[in-house]
Design a protein around this ligand. Sequence first.
Ligand code: GAL
Length: 698
Amino acid sequence: MTAPARRGLASLTHRPACRPGGHPGGHPGGHPGGRRVLYGADYNPEQWPRATWREDVALMREAHVNLVTVGVFSWSVLEPAPGEYAFGWLDEVLDLLHENGVSVDLATPSASPPPWLAALHPRTSSVDARGVRMSVGSRNHFCPSAPEYREAALRAATALVERYAGHPALALWHVGNEFGQECFCDLCAAALRRWLVARYGDVDALNDAWGTAFWSQRYRSFDEVVPPRAVPYLHNPAQHVDWRRFSSDQLRSLYREQAAVLRAGSDAPVTTNFMGFFGGVDQHSWAADLDVVSDDHYGDPQDPASPARSALTHDLTRGVGGGEPWLLMEQAAGAVNWRPHNVPKTTAQMLQDSLRAVAHGADGVCYFQWRQSTAGSESFHSALLPHAGPDTHLHRAVREQGRLLAGLGDVVGTRVPARAALVVDWPAMWAGELPARPSDRLRVVEQLEAYHRPLWRAGIATDVVASDAELDAYDLVVVPSLPLVSDAAAASIASVPQRGGVLLVGPFSGVQDPTTRVRTGLFPGPWTDVLGVAGEEWRPLPDAGVTVRSATYGDHVARVWSERLTARGAEVLATYDDGDLAGSPALTRRVLPGGGQAWYVSTVPDPGVLERVLLDCAAAAGVHGPLPLVPDGVEVAQRGDLVFLLNHASDERAVELAAHARDLLGARVTDGVLRLPPGGAAVVAGARAGDPVATPPG
Ligand code: GAL
């Protein structure tokens, strides 16, 4: 199946300020060009009586809410008995929302099948790796391979599109919710075998790819293959990674069949909500099937690294969507309820988190959920409208945020000007999470965070992309840790310095092919020539680390990992000083004849040193942040011509800008100096001489 052309977010974000026949869709002060940042939440009216719906829509209007997701978990109310749909309540809800200028992201209910489905067809419930079938009474208990589940899910999606395709509130379709679960049942085993036949053709190829000569695992036929269910000791790593690929594809086929029905019956774009780096689905392989890429993101408010992590995740989401505007589908307004100890966001963090997403390419920021539940498992999870009601500190901040976002029409549809890329793939993450590697302390996502952080601190726009992405637009390409990579992708990455760009590769990269088979010879196999290094041994370090000497970066302690390496054409910028590797290169740079550069880091350097390495690579690539001087503690990011500034420091920070700079959030810029209070935020037009000032408010 080839993916249809993308419909994008513009049909939601580019709206006239007043909608014909309905209530003003834009709010006072709306963008003159009719562009609007989307703002809203999951809305679960089925949990509330009708009178509450009226209060909800009135409060949504006051809060400038313009998009809500309806129906994600409504299956048992929508289809109370098999084949009997109860649409009356949903008709009413959609009408009410439309009358109040709120667009609807209408969800297919397939994430949580009703109890009757499991009662009628027990095999629609999933089975875990130990063979335990999941019960009803929670959510996400479906088996993606059970025909009765798939039929019922598709029937519900069809019923929804037939009824609501023409409804004026309908703006977006939302298929299922947070795909990512696994099922190890016999139906999934049969589907896995079909998937393997399609991938490998014959069982010898499978045996070869999985290395089944090891531990007597050779299969005589595909019929003998099973999912990686409970085993006495380690799983076959190739089987594990293929299983993750299969599980992702199986869920994707479920998504696709619903999306196809929705697309055929309606013009609205189709999305589903991903979960950042969560391993359940390979977002890169799904991307072409989504009109709009959406993500759910729940940063931990008490984690000082949370802003950096959030920015990285947003850069991933934008990268998955090829740089197009995306949608932050869910976040928390205050506290979640699923950490052991749920520290809430401050309202300043709430606004900063939303603005960060917008700065990193989101054209909408939504929440879980609109009204805080009083029953069920999430009644202690925050919402935009708390139990205590609208006259509360949190809800006042929600309204204020809506007002501020309504003034950001200029940002809508613009791109993040990224000339730097970080490379990661889901199969590499899957391989990188397996046990029985040299060290479980060298983690793919942690390395990604470590290499992204200095770029983020400098405000350098960075896309996170797949190894087989088109890299031509990037002057700086960073591969923090990519244990598994195909030859073709490795060749494309190697071409970056050959065409004059800068490539930086981190440790334990290029080690395995896509089947997880280790490449023999010197490492990093596909990149030894371009990097000008030859590695022969991985040597995880004792806890104390190792001293690294560097005339360029100063002596420091490196941790976790080292490699026995020789330079073959690269300049050595740092060497291991003690231990078995004394004198061996820790950090190298090769300058290619055309001026391109290829850097290799064979350890986990001190973060300060890594920061300088990254900034040197960026400088060599001619890549920089939007402002030359940003005070410590202030996060900066550029989107289009706008510069976003978020103060994380506990006191005021002054930022020097061009004299004509203007903050679209209303903070005063005096003589080109923006004064940001602690927790403060600004979205600046005309930040630099030559930058356009924004469209005047309508
Ligand atoms: C998400 C989910 C929502 C809600 C939220 C709570 O994973 O999609 O339905 O459960 O978490 O944080």
